[in-house]
Design a protein around this ligand. Structure first.
Ligand SMILES: Cc1ncc(COP(=O)(O)O)c(C=O)c1O
Length: 404
């Protein structure tokens, strides 16, 4: 008889955002007159930039003619896109990454979830706490963790690195040595950013211990301050210890279009094997390429018009971030994030739990955010608001919170 992958049974209950959706729809049903403002899910709301739309239209027209039709994309992605990425995201920032070290994909969620496949099941995983849940859950599914521990509200066998107010929401080098280290900066959910010096410490640590860093830079476009690295490859020695994952979702609004990429440098070798070769094998076997029209849209992100339009779009969201940050500060909240990231992380008032504050905000202000505890035990007592709403809704939400 068929058996199942029992690791899946270790995963507790339903997913954070479906819990939130259930609570919000129950509230809306009971109070149909209330106008709810949603600053919960990290999904964008602005339309695609005109340069991207033009590229999509042109690519669709190409698909309509035999001479310009495109079928399966090349395994690593189209050369035109990988070259644009290598130049704009890496060479222009002084990072030595070549086009053939870039693997184009359908987004950072799949890549950050799938990358663990090329590592042994006995690898010890370290994650920040709070954390983007995909890193943990995919390692649970793969059998790289123990059981879910209901008291601690996390998994046995995982190294959790608490990111709290005391340490500026940045992880400290763990006491127990990990094999795989997941880092995400600028961070979801805390909005914290890491300086180049601090990231260099992690790179040096990984090179010393032989660990591999999986660096999720999905929010790189939101960096506004000097001294904050846009890529881990800005650090010396990162080519021998780090894989970087990027997304077009937040810098270009591709959440519904789907495009991302992963960089695996050829110098990254473990047990005598290039991880680049393993990921190429995995990619070639299990992925059949992001659509041509989407990769053309991705290329437009790097055109002069695309860059200018997207700079404006990111600035639009960051204006929201500043509005939320300052509005909450004025109202007496303890707030962080929002400077190099579209997320604002606030401490719940009067010792409320994250979910108590969620209910409070929903019932009294009709504003939806995300309970920090949904991102890990160390997120308890915190709450995330996103800057991805409209400016009007953002203002309205802050006005209501201030009036509480
Ligand atoms: C840290 C982080 N990585 C990856 C993703 C997913 O990105 P994508 O839309 O490219 O799958 C998200 C989405 O919210 C995220 O917050």
């Amino acid at each position: 008889m068929t058996t199942i992958n029992k690791n899946y049974l270790k995963l507790p209950g339903s997913y954070l955002f479906s819990n939130i959706a259930k609570k919000v729809s129950a509230y809306q049903e009971a109070h149909p007159q209330d106008q709810i403002v949603r600053l919960g899910i990290g999904d964008v709301t602005q339309p695609l930039a005109p340069a991207v739309i033009d590229a999509l239209h042109k690519a669709v027209d190409e698909m309509a003619r035999g001479e310009t039709f495109h079928g399966y994309a090349p395994d690593l992605g189209y050369e035109f896109l990988r070259t644009a990425i290598a130049k704009n995201d890496y060479a222009d920032r002084g990072c030595a990454i070549s086009a053939d070290e870039i693997f184009v994909s359908d987004g950072a969620k799949s890549d950050s979830g799938n990358i663990q496949e090329i590592f042994g099941v006995d690898n010890k995983v370290a994650v920040c706490d709070p954390v983007y849940p995909v890193y943990v859950d995919t390692n649970v599914m793969a059998g790289r963790t123990g059981e879910y521990n209901r008291d601690r509200e996390n998994f046995d066998g995982v190294i959790y690195m608490p990111c709290l107010e005391e340490n500026g929401f940045l992880p400290e080098l763990p006491k127990e040595t990990p094999d795989l280290i997941y880092l995400c900066f600028p961070n979801n959910p805390s909005g914290a950013a890491i300086t180049k010096e601090r990231l260099q410490e992690w790179v040096d640590y990984a090179n010393k211990t032989g660990a591999v860093i999986i660096y999720d830079a999905a929010y790189e476009a939101y960096i506004t301050e000097e001294g904050i690295p846009h890529s881990i490859y800005e650090c010396d020695g990162a080519r021998t210890c780090a894989i970087e994952i990027r997304s077009f979702s937040k810098n270009a609004g591709f959440t519904g279009v789907r495009l991302g990429f992963t960089v695996v440098p050829k110098d990254l070798v473990r047990e005598g094997v290039r991880l680049h070769d393993l990921w190429a094998r995995r990619h070639g076997t299990k992925f059949n390429g992001a659509p041509y029209i989407v990769q053309k849209a991705g290329e437009a992100v790097y055109s002069p018009e695309g860059k200018a339009q997207l700079k404006e779009q990111v600035a639009y969201y960051m204006r929201n971030a500043h509005y939320i940050y300052n509005g909450l500060k004025d109202a007496g909240y303890s707030v962080s994030g929002g400077v190099n990231a579209p997320y604002i992380w606030l401490k719940t008032p009067r010792g409320m739990t994250s979910w108590e504050f969620f209910d409070h905000l929903l019932e009294k202000a009709h504003v939806v955010g995300t309970p920090g505890s949904g991102f890990g035990a160390a997120g308890e007592g915190y709450f995330r608001l996103t800057a991805f709403g409209s400016y009007e809704n953002t203002q309205e939400a802050i006005r209501r919170i201030q009036a509480l």
